[in-house]
Design a protein around this ligand. Structure first.
Ligand code: C5P
Length: 479
């Protein structure tokens, strides 16, 4: 039977599902199953029980490119006084764009309520192995597998003993036995329990089984006058450990390299209120900036007007026109690598009106166009400050490869990333791109055609090629 990963759905569909499931007091997965059942039984509800999620507008928060990938955790809260810290842990995980589904053991419910946990996680809370609502299709298996990581906090001595011995007599232990995901335990118990020979044996066994432990820390216990090793790690420490398991630190093959990138369209003024523009969204250039930054480069992004948030850790210079873009590019040199992803307007208006042009009956304003500076060609032909690797883009609607090869020679750059921007491809403004990397190899022109990818994937692939060429290093985490 096929399984569906909710977080891979479109944002609008996810928002719809979240709203609908919250309204019906179901988990998102349950809601999907209900929708499917209704469809199959022919009792389909109209697909608009609420107003549709707002479409992005000029006033909407700009979309951030290069943000963290989504991840999800099943958080098992065990029965200990430290359970109160797990409420903070839910918040800390969510701050890191990690979705959290919580399971409470029977004992945990003595310390925190399912209501509080559900309010913080914005999800239904699971407590019972024999819950007919979630177990009609083996809910414990889904909780065990439909996540990227299982975190147990607090991990009590009893829960660890059950895990070490493969028990499965309640929901938490059944999930832990049924999972094929990594498990992170945050033990919390009295120091005597932690040091007890049985717990020592269980910890050793669990570590042998590949379970990762964070803590326990030493300090004062909840029991008056007792201190020692057994305090659960702080929520922030557990969230950081979880994040490291979910998103292992990337190697930094571009560390020490300075990467200059242009992105977005340019606006060429006609008069103070009108301008010539194009449909470039800037998404591809911004994604490259984020990927280069993640690979350790110092990144300077010169961007035309776009509706995107600045990528974290990147120096962004915002410009309007081609001439301003060239100025900022020149000011940013020297650079080791320059990537010209901007859709620079080829022409600008020669005599930009100082006042708004008036509409006069029967006559058209005399718009004289002049050529803009070619930033890519200018930088490619610099005598001294030419970056060792200069990459241009060729957005074409026909004869893609031939035009791109001609452009490589005409502009004097080292590589061209060619993409088909015919309206039918949806590339302009869209999230996907099909590109061909055209480069010079031993005097020959090589064409490397990539499959259709998201713009983020194209960016990561391009940065991997750059890292290989500029440093011989790979982007792959060392295994
Ligand atoms: O000539 P065309 O616009 O097709 O060339 C595309 C490539 O040249 C892109 O890399 C673009 O960023 C760059 N370009 C430029 N300055 C211009 C025109 C294009 O840097 N005035």
């Amino acid at each position: 039977m096929a399984s569906l990963t909710i977080r891979k759905l479109d944002d609008a569909v996810k928002t719809y599902l979240r709203l609908r499931s919250a309204k019906n007091h179901r988990s998102v997965e349950e809601e999907v199953r209900v929708i499917l059942r209704e469809l199959i039984e022919g009792r389909e509800e109209p697909l608009t029980p609420f107003s549709a999620p707002p479409t992005p507008s000029a006033t909407a928060t700009p979309q951030r490119i290069g943000a963290l990938p989504e991840a999800s955790v099943t958080l098992i809260i065990g029965g200990g006084i430290a359970a109160y810290k797990s409420l903070d842990l839910i918040r800390r995980l969510k701050e890191r764009r990690i979705e959290v589904r919580c399971v409470l053991t029977k004992a945990a419910q003595q310390f925190v309520t399912p209501l509080a946990v559900s309010a913080l996680s914005h999800e239904r809370v699971y407590t019972d192995l024999f819950d007919p609502q979630s177990e009609f299709d083996a809910g414990h298996i889904r909780l065990a597998r439909e996540c990227d990581l299982i975190v147990v906090a607090p991990a009590t001595a009893d829960l660890m003993a059950k895990m070490a011995n493969g028990h499965a007599d309640d929901l938490a232990s059944a999930i832990l036995l049924a999972t094929n995901r990594k498990i992170l335990l945050a033990p919390a118990m009295n120091p005597l329990m932690w040091n007890n020979a049985a717990t020592r044996r269980n910890v050793t066994q669990l570590q042998r089984d590949g379970v990762v432990l964070i803590g326990p820390n030493s300090g004062e216990m909840a029991e008056a006058g007792e201190a020692g090793v057994g305090r659960m790690s702080e929520a922030i420490e557990i969230a950081t450990a979880a994040e490291r398991l979910l998103r292992p630190p990337m190697p930094k093959p571009l560390a020490g390299k300075r990467v200059l990138i242009t992105a977005g369209p340019t606006h060429e003024p006609i008069d103070p209120v009108r301008y010539i523009a194009n449909r470039s969204s800037g998404k591809q250039g911004f994604a490259i900036a984020a990927a280069a930054q993640a690979a350790g480069a110092e990144v300077i992004l010169v961007s035309g007007p776009v509706d995107l948030g600045d990528p974290a850790g990147v120096t962004v210079k915002h410009v309007e026109s081609a001439r301003q873009m060239l100025e900022q590019v020149q000011a940013a040199l020297p650079a080791d690598i320059a990537i010209f992803a901007a859709a620079v307007a080829d022409w600008r208006v020669a005599n930009e009106g100082e006042q708004k042009l008036k509409k006069t009956a029967g006559s058209m304003p005399p718009l004289q166009l002049v050529e803009n500076p070619d930033i890519l060609a200018t930088i490619s032909r610099l005598a001294d400050k030419r970056p060792p690797l200069v990459i241009g883009f060729a957005a074409e609607t026909e004869h893609l490869i031939d035009n791109a090869k001609t452009k490589l020679a005409r502009k004097g750059c080292d590589w061209i990333v060619a993409n088909d921007v015919s309206p039918a491809t949806g590339v302009m403004g869209g999230d996907r791109n099909t590109v061909h990397l055209i480069s010079r190899k031993d005097g020959e022109i090589a064409v490397d055609s990539w499959p259709v990818m998201t713009k983020e994937q194209v960016a990561i692939e391009l940065v991997a090629h750059i890292a290989k060429s500029a440093t011989g290093k790979s982007l792959e985490p060392a295994s």
